[in-house]
Design a protein around this ligand. Structure first.
Ligand code: BTN
Length: 239
């Protein structure tokens, strides 16, 4: 049986899962909550974690991988989330490198991966049954309920997603990074041939996506012909 620690309300499932990982809890341990008071997104942003409507959890993964596989683990988790959402709701989501799931061009789920010594803490947040969002994110965010027109089961989604995470981790460990990169490129409209802005923090670039490197980084062809490797950054469509 998989250990599941579920809370009515928690600060962040990332923090608690990291604590359990530091205490040597096993691979597959899940920490979830109906509400997060300090949900964490990438780059220190907050993750809106309204009570009862979203799915918020972190899983401890102990995988026989080198640390340089971490970016590809993020991509594998995105693929797992796309598969689980399709299975349970019938919705087909896009993946925006590295870790945004989009439905109807708005974000419906995000993935945060952190290392705790040799353990990976895989945090997944899915907007499941929200019917509205705070003003500051309402133009960017959507939910599976809004997109499908009906309420969705968080329990079914969690069960499908935990199975799908196992499957995609097995693919990564047994078939290697290249297989996950191929799968991501096949599913994501952002991986190749998409006109984008990328916020690199100290500067912004504009260009056309040109595939992924063997380590899972995004290649962007600038208009001067130069190829930029994006290690981390916020990718947005040029519309
Ligand atoms: C992002 O797209 O910025 C990543 C969002 C990750 C959110 C999830 S919700 C469960 C887990 N706990 C957190 O505090 N964050 C992740």
């Amino acid at each position: 049986m998989r250990p599941i620690h579920w809370f009515d309300s928690i600060g962040s499932t990332m923090t608690y899962a990291a604590q359990l990982a530091a205490e040597h809890h096993p691979h597959g341990t899940v920490v979830g909550a109906d509400e997060q008071r300090q949900g964490q997104g990438r780059y220190g942003r907050a993750w809106h974690s309204e009570k009862g409507t979203g799915l918020y959890f972190s899983e401890i993964l102990r995988l026989p991988l080198k640390p340089d596989a971490l970016p590809v683990v993020t991509l594998a988790l995105g693929l797992a989330t796309v598969e689980a959402i399709a299975t349970v709701t019938g919705l087909s989501c896009d993946l925006r490198w590295p870790n945004d799931l989009l439905a109807g061009d708005k974000k419906c789920a995000g993935i945060l991966v952190q290392l705790q010594n040799s353990a990976i803490i895989a945090g997944i947040g899915i907007n499941v049954n929200q019917v509205a969002f705070p003003d500051e994110i309402s133009g960017l965010a959507t939910s599976l309920r809004i997109q499908s027109g009906r309420e969705q089961s968080k329990e079914k989604l969690l069960a499908a997603l935990l199975t799908s995470i196992d499957t995609h981790c097995d693919i990564l460990v047994e078939e290697g990074k290249d297989k996950i990169l191929q799968m991501f490129t096949a599913v994501s409209t952002y991986a190749r041939g998409r006109r984008v802005f990328v916020d690199l923090g100290e500067r912004t670039i504009e260009g056309t996506t040109a595939g992924l490197t063997p380590y899972g980084f995004l290649l962007v062809r600038l208009d001067n012909g130069k190829l930029e490797t994006v290690l981390a950054g916020g990718v947005r469509p040029c519309s």
